[in-house]
Ligand binder design. Structure first.
Ligand SMILES: [Zn+2]
Length: 371
């Protein structure tokens, strides 16, 4: 009985000491160290009690940047950190780690007037705080991109106020984009390298036979409203608003230039298969479009008209994620001049290129968005 009283008195003194030292809530916020250093540092601080390695609470908190709370009446210890909560009770060898019970093999103790925690807790926490790097299969890579400068040859595309032609402007941007991506280690194939006519069918057919990972069609827009300006990015979709419908009619009009190469209606089965492939590709095309939108969005003095769906024939034949970028309105005097300016064309190509790189990084890091 006497012994027990002394023990209790000691314990009251300890808790009082803790209360004074840390004013009940402890929050050890230190600059984060590298993982290896943390592990070494903590190992150096361990000491043995019986057959178990222990570490003092203050060392554990310092190394793992933990906040802690001591419930005097319940004799319970709670440790916090972003994404981590651990509850322990004095005299118990069990801990609740993010709602999961773990066995620490030995009890939470008071030693030299300080809270001592079994070292095994540190190892369990490290698994959560420093999860092993995810192993990426490496199957999902963006290696080859087909860039498709719209129109060409007998099809000039839109014609601007000063006689500036869409086919020339987009070829210039496409070539610069090719250069940028090749410098970043991506193989690039252009559907045309000069001013020549290429049918819509042939453009995606090239991408399919070359097994390209992405198909990116570059165009410039035109509108009856001369003041219309800005860049918009399209992915393939049957759901279109009125302005997208009008644009699709305009871009698809080239079919009249094409001899014999018209799309035949799919049979029901082919349509279903095509739908499955397209649904997957469309989701990825949308990600690609968003990344490009983000990067282009950083350009000053450029109207961002957003990412939209439209039914472009040139995108329909692609077996890979495909987008169409309307880089600006050639019908707008200011914008057509800008699009014809090599410095602007370079800036635009680089912004689009950075968007493609950002998509590539995300795609590869997530194993083709499967993680
Ligand atoms: Zn066009």
């Amino acid at each position: 009985m006497q012994n027990l009283k002394i023990k209790n008195l000691n314990f009251l003194l300890i808790t009082f000491h803790l209360l004074l030292a840390t004013s009940f809530f402890g929050c050890a916020t230190y600059p984060r160290r590298k993982e290896t250093k943390e592990a070494v540092f903590l190992t150096e601080k361990t000491f043995r009690l019986g057959r178990t390695d222990y570490v003092y609470l203050r060392d554990l908190c310092r190394v793992y940047d933990l906040a802690w709370e001591w419930d005097v009446l319940g004799e319970r210890l709670t440790l916090y950190r972003e994404g981590l909560k651990v509850s322990l009770a004095l005299g118990s060898s069990f801990a609740l780690l993010n709602e999961q019970i773990i066995d620490l093999k030995d009890k939470l103790r008071i030693h030299n007037n300080e809270i001592a925690v079994p070292f095994s807790l540190s190892l369990e926490m490290a698994k959560i705080i420093f999860p092993p790097p995810r192993v990426i299969s490496g199957i999902y890579k963006i290696r080859r991109v087909v860039i498709d400068p719209g129109h060409g040859g007998r099809d000039p595309g839109a014609i601007g106020p000063g006689g500036i032609k869409e086919k020339d402007v987009v070829l210039e941007i496409a070539k610069r984009l090719k250069n940028f991506l090749e410098n970043m280690g991506i193989e690039v194939i252009l559907t045309r390298e000069r001013d020549r006519f290429v049918s819509l069918w042939r453009r995606t057919h090239l991408a399919n036979t070359k097994r390209a990972d992405l198909f990116i069609s570059i165009h410039a827009n035109s509108s009856r409203y001369r003041q219309a300006s800005g860049l918009e990015i399209y992915y393939l979709s049957d759901r279109m608003d009125e302005s997208s419908k009008a644009l699709a009619r305009l871009e698809n009009a080239v079919l009249e230039f094409e001899e014999g190469q018209f799309f035949t209606e799919n049979t029901a089965l082919a349509a279903t298969l095509w739908d499955i492939v397209q649904t997957q590709n469309r989701a990825q095309a949308l990600r690609l479009a968003k990344h490009i939108e983000d990067c282009v969005g950083m350009m000053e003095d450029l109207d961002k008209r957003g990412v939209k769906g439209a039914n472009f024939y040139v995108l329909r034949g692609a077996n890979m994620p495909a987008i169409l970028i309307e880089t600006g309105f050639i019908s707008n005097l200011m914008e057509s001049r800008r699009l014809a300016d090599p410095a602007y064309s370079q800036k635009l190509a680089e912004a689009i290129g950075r968007g493609i790189l950002a998509y590539k990084e995300e795609y590869e890091k997530t194993d083709g968005f499967t993680r």
